[in-house]
Write a protein that binds this ligand. Structure first.
Ligand SMILES: Nc1ncnc2c1ncn2[C@@H]1O[C@H](COP(=O)(O)OP(=O)(O)OP(=O)(O)O)[C@@H](O)[C@H]1O
Length: 600
């Protein structure tokens, strides 16, 4: 919500915008709403009839002949009420689940479309998790309140018509009372939204502090910060309680004010009717039934009253969902895609510039990578290495200039075409819940058992998988939790083998791999890059040394290209970056070795 002091009408807007998802099920929507009307009118009729029957029996002996007919009508009304309560509950939930299902699919598509480029520092999982639970919160609105809102308008109107017929213009008092009753939460909607926002902000803070306390427990204890942490939790808990108390007090006051409105309406209606009965302007037999109908007019409005009381929360949830649905995709597919005629994996960066916003990150990159060549991207943290990797798989497009794969600009290919040819293996590859087999099948659904083992062999993971009790069917846990970092990367390499892309982009793991793991990873890499263009974001000198060519970046510019030995010999800055990395002995090497390649 853009405004700090939103009105209820502004709060309602995002919730109503999402209602368009209901339009596809118009038939179901109207059937569900009609069922709600049916049971509410039946309930009003039953209440009115039973009071009328009692009044006749007590006060009008001549009317006794009508009693059996009235009792029959009462039975019909009670039956209709019961049946339609069930029908409405069934239809409204089917409708809500359909709408939510559709919204979830739209959200999934939107997240896929904008991720990871459009996520703006938020992790896709976090966005998906929070928006999916927002969708869940909206279920209450779609299942219980859309139809109720229509009935809240329709019900009192029809009851008022009945009352006007029975009691004259006095019946209008009831309509005014219902309007005043609904005006209470509507007018306080802005305050309610602000208070709800404050509660959510403090709860978010408390959650973050509690999480920090759990995740950083070792540091907290070893630094003697446990008292400090306790004080932070206590102070935030008190703030949460204060905010919640304010929310509850306002909500209570709202309820009390609404009760006063109902009481005032009842008393006014009673007084007017009593006066009219005294003046012989109204049949006294109608009096009790009219009072019962007054209650029936308020009944449909209670659902909407409850909805208004949660309007701030629902509006915020709907807005978060809309933010994801409306987010623009950083990359779009061309109308007429072009396909490279070869798949040799030749790459060309032609005057590539890129920035995430106004700040330039990559500047004037010109680079040719021959088919089958292994290129190591080296540079200080923030130099732009990962950004190049992401441009290569079209998570983003260059701001200006082109990246060409086998002669075709990546911009002229669909994202799917690019990702079939260029595979990215990150430092922390994500594995899906399931087994080793199911994760390999994600890369190549048709792969046979022997192809899976061959890929694992090439990735140097086969002996490990063989040693597990379930072998290929061993479960990997959520996100591959039961595997080590090195094993996860080798499984990702096996996936790459199965997909057989012409270009492999790999962010080398910097996490602490032991010597054996490092050796296994290096030999898996050596196999995967055989005859395949490979771009490695290299952090280890052992990897850099094996590359055909090193591209050294500084603040988004290529400052040197050539073999490791050549740049080592000629570029002071390169030596200093390596010295700060892991191989001071190499950085200190003399520049006596014969240089190959060129300096930019
Ligand atoms: N999604 C993003 N939005 C905005 N800025 C970003 C984003 N991703 C990276 N940056 C910025 O772009 C610059 C280059 O980042 P990049 O991750 O490409 O560097 P890097 O060389 O891979 O660093 P590292 O070795 O630490 O991973 C950095 O200043 C970084 O803060």
């Amino acid at each position: 919500m853009s405004s700090d002091r939103p009105t209820s009408a502004q709060l309602l807007r995002p919730v109503l915008r999402l209602l368009e998802a209901a339009f596809a099920d118009r038939g179901l929507f109207w059937r569900s709403t009609a069922s709600m009307s049916a049971y509410q009118f039946a309930a009003a009729a039953a209440a009115g009839l039973s009071t009328f029957i009692a009044t006749i029996v007590v006060a009008d002996p001549h009317g006794a002949q009508y009693v059996p007919l009235l009792i029959f009508a009462l039975i019909v009304a009670v039956t209709v009420n019961g049946v339609f309560i069930w029908v409405e509950s069934w239809l409204s939930h089917v409708l809500a689940y359909r709408i939510l299902g559709r919204l979830r699919m739209r959200l999934h598509d939107a997240i896929e479309r904008i991720s990871p480029g459009g996520m703006k520092h938020r992790r896709a999982g976090e966005v998906a998790g929070s928006t999916m639970s927002d969708v869940e919160n909206l279920e209450w609105f779609y299942a219980h309140t859309v139809g109720a809102a229509i009935n809240a308008a329709l019900g009192p109107l029809l009851v008022t018509v009945a009352l006007v017929v029975l009691t004259g213009p006095a019946g209008l008092i009831v309509l005014a009372g219902v309007a005043a009753y609904l005006a209470v939460p509507w007018l306080l909607g802005g305050l309610q939204a602000r208070q709800g926002r404050a509660v959510r902000a403090e709860l978010g803070e408390l959650k973050a502090i509690t999480l920090e306390g759990a995740e950083g427990l070792r540091e907290i204890l070893s630094l003697g910060l446990d008292e400090y942490q306790k004080r932070r939790v206590l102070a935030t808990t008190r703030r949460v309680q204060r905010r919640k108390l304010a929310f509850a007090l306002r909500s209570g006051a709202e309820g009390a004010l609404a009760d006063v409105v109902v009481a005032l309406t009842t008393v006014s209606f009673l007084l007017v009717l009593a006066t009219r009965v005294q003046d012989n302007a109204l049949n006294p037999l109608v009096f009790p039934a009219a009072i019962v109908l007054l209650a029936a007019a308020f009944a449909p409005a209670t659902g909407v009253f409850a909805m208004f009381q949660r309007l701030g929360d629902m509006s915020a949830a709907a807005q978060r969902v809309l933010d994801v649905l409306d987010a623009s995709a950083p990359v779009t597919d061309p109308a007429q895609p072009r396909e490279p005629t070869t798949s040799s994996g030749a790459l060309r960066f032609a005057d590539v510039n890129f920035g995430y916003g106004d700040t330039p990150v990559l500047r004037e990159l010109d680079l040719d990578i021959e088919p089958g060549q292994t290129v190591a991207l080296v540079g200080e943290s923030g130099a732009g290495k990962t950004t190049i990797a992401h441009l290569l798989v079209r998570f983003w497009d260059p701001t200006s200039g082109h990246i060409l794969l086998d002669g075709v600009s990546l911009r002229d290919m669909t994202q799917e075409q690019v990702r079939q040819r260029v595979a990215l293996i990150g430092q922390h590859p994500y594995l899906f819940r399931g087994s080793v087999r199911s994760n390999l099948h994600i890369a190549a659904p048709q792969a046979t058992e022997s192809e899976l083992w061959a890929a694992l062999e090439d990735a140097q993971l086969a002996p490990t998988v063989r040693s597990w009790p379930q072998g290929l069917d061993q479960l990997v846990g959520e996100g591959g939790a039961t595997m080590s970092g090195g094993q996860r990367q080798r499984l990702a390499i096996a996936q790459a083998f199965l997909r057989s892309p012409s270009v492999l982009v790999m962010d080398e793991a910097v996490a602490h791999l032991d010597a054996a793991q490092e050796q296994q990873l290096a030999s898996a890499l050596a196999r995967v890059r055989h005859n395949r263009t490979t771009v490695v974001i290299a952090h280890r000198v052992s990897t850099i040394r094996h590359a055909d060519r090193v591209v050294f970046l500084d603040h988004g510019r290529i400052v040197a290209t050539g073999t490791h030995d050549h740049i080592l010999a000629t570029c002071e800055q390169y030596r200093s970056v390596l010295a700060h990395a892991e191989a001071p002995e190499l950085a200190a090497q003399s520049s006596s070795e014969k240089p190959r390649g060129d300096n930019k």
